[in-house]
Design a protein around this ligand. Sequence first.
Ligand SMILES: CC(C)(COP(=O)(O)OP(=O)(O)OC[C@H]1O[C@@H](n2cnc3c(N)ncnc32)[C@H](O)[C@@H]1OP(=O)(O)O)[C@@H](O)C(=O)NCCC(=O)NCCS
Length: 165
Amino acid sequence: MDVLNLSPRDVTPDDYLDVSVLLATAFDGPDEARLVEQLRKDGDIGLELVCEDQDGIFGYICFARMVSPFGFWSLSPVAIKRAYQGQGIGDQLIRRGLDGMRRAGASGVVVLGDPDFYTRFGFSKAAAAGLDSPYSRAHTMVYPIAKGANEVTGRLVYPPAFSVL
Ligand SMILES: CC(C)(COP(=O)(O)OP(=O)(O)OC[C@H]1O[C@@H](n2cnc3c(N)ncnc32)[C@H](O)[C@@H]1OP(=O)(O)O)[C@@H](O)C(=O)NCCC(=O)NCCS
């Protein structure tokens, strides 16, 4: 696959079932699919993209509105179909997603994940150092977009749907 020519598109309601199946399979359980379903019901999704080929959807990324800090979004979740993993697709989809959030005027993006993976995109633990989180600080990173977003302080308050996790 030519990953540099990946053409993610916006999710439509016709994709919801396939996205849930992809998430449940990639994460080995229903939690992330439930999270996304609840985020949609709550109107807390800013951007969700899928990649597809003739066999269907093989990639998905979602950005959810943080309650706090204002203007911040959470990258959660991202998933690539198992048979398509390890080809650079997740890397490209995350870069496209971050570009989309930048164009949409986001101040910053938060992620909870493996620093070895996410720092390559510009996520930084140092930029999240002033933020209290209900989750692991060691895995909390910020991708700063607006001026000052790399030294934001306060509490990370995730949208209500995160209580399903
Ligand atoms: C994590 C995931 C989205 C990455 O997508 P992918 O298409 O397999 O990743 P890529 O091929 O673009 O990998 C890019 C690089 O990141 C590395 N990488 C992939 N997943 C990683 C992980 N979980 N931790 C650390 N590094 C990882 C790869 O080894 C690769 O490194 P390289 O460029 O040095 O070879 C995908 O593996 C997946 O869906 N996993 C299950 C769901 C999940 O864990 N999602 C992330 C948490 S929200």
